[in-house]
Design a protein around this ligand. Structure first.
Ligand code: AMP
Ligand code: MG
Length: 324
């Protein structure tokens, strides 16, 4: 497939270009687009044949449902059969932004989007290019991250091109993703709102608006990650998650990935000063290490708080549970 690669400035949007991308979505094609979290690989939610192409392009297992991206509350109502009050409060408070809510789905949501579940996951991104694309397409856009299944999510257009050139109709380069880890996924169909995937918006942030929220899954307060079903977010380099940076062994052709400074006896990928900077650069450097031919990467494990919960979750998966 011939992939058209275009550039759109998020601060000065070229609407004729957006309209070409929207036309591809309406016509049943695939468009890679920037969001504030990571790059997405999008198709019309209501077109099952188009959504099937997403799974094929990524090599994604069919039992893993997709998030539908919307540009209004009304569009979310087309997908969800009921929106409990506390879910509506969350949507009004955090949208557009990196929060995905899981709700009961309407029958018109194709099975392939929800992987056969009776729920649908919905997000309203804050990125201007994503917003305009959804608005002009006029349909919700089902989109997972724009990487080959198992690889780190792309947070730079170049990395989306590496994985998706030749597999999609169009790739929109809108610059680097600001947040760098995927959205927080919160299940609003349970008695207590439960975070299924941690992100920039924390369980505490959600509880402050919805009254209650807990972390579910294997990352809750976990010092290390047990029982990994799939490897995920994995570069070719062997990754170790490091809680004590003074204990890194010397290994040939290895490098360190860290933030907040420090002195090391080998090449360093410096993600910046804060854990937010680290989140923004984590996937970028996992891929950069491969480009640089690094065999072993020692990556700092941040504290389990704030966006650090999400960074730990991704890092532990990419390390396959290997912790120092
Ligand atoms: P990605 O495809 O990389 O954007 O990741 C989407 C995440 O949301 C995956 O971890 C999915 O398993 C999860 N997800 C999407 N829809 C649902 C749903 N209806 N119920 C539970 N998890 C979901
Ligand atoms: Mg993904």
């Amino acid at each position: 497939m011939n992939t058209e690669i275009i550039k759109i400035d998020p601060n000065n949007i070229d609407m004729p270009l957006i309209d070409r991308a929207a036309e591809i979505i309406r016509g049943g094609g695939l468009v890679v687009f920037p969001t504030e979290t990571v790059y997405g690989l999008g198709a019309n939610t209501f077109d099952p044949a188009a959504v099937a192409k997403i799974y094929a392009a990524k090599g994604r297992p069919a039992d893993n449902p997709l998030i539908s991206h919307v540009c209004s509350l009304e569009q979310a109502e087309e997908l969800a059969s009921e929106i409990p009050d506390r879910a509506r409060k969350l949507m009004e408070h955090f949208w557009g932004g990196p929060l995905t809510v899981i709700l009961k789905r309407r029958p018109k949501v194709p099975d392939i989007v929800s992987a056969g579940l009776d729920t649908v996951s919905i997000r309203f991104p804050s990125h201007s290019v994503a917003y305009e694309l959804i608005r002009r397409a006029g349909v919700p856009i089902a989109a997972p991250s724009a990487n080959l299944s198992g690889s780190p999510s792309p947070t730079a257009a170049r990395h989306a091109v590496d994985d998706m050139d030749g597999r999609v109709d169009m790739i929109i380069d809108g610059g680097d993703s600001l947040i760098g880890v995927e959205s927080t996924v919160v299940d609003m169909t349970l008695d207590v709102p439960t975070v299924l995937r941690p992100g920039a918006i924390t369980a505490e942030d959600i509880a402050a608006v919805a009254g209650d929220c807990v972390y579910g899954g294997d990352y809750a307060n976990a010092p290390k990650c047990p029982g990994m079903k799939y490897t995920h977010y994995s570069p070719k380099a062997k990754v170790w998650a490091v809680s004590d940076m003074t204990k890194i062994p010397f290994v040939e052709n290895s490098a360190v990935l860290t933030y907040g400074g420090g002195c090391f006896d080998r090449p360093v990928y410096d993600a910046g000063g804060t854990v937010e900077d680290y989140a923004a650069k984590l996937f970028y450097f996992l891929r950069k290490a491969d480009e640089d031919g690094i065999d072993t990467l020692y990556a700092r494990l941040p504290e389990n708080e704030g966006i650090g919960v999400a960074v730990r979750n991704r890092l532990l998966k990419s390390a396959g549970g290997k912790v120092i």
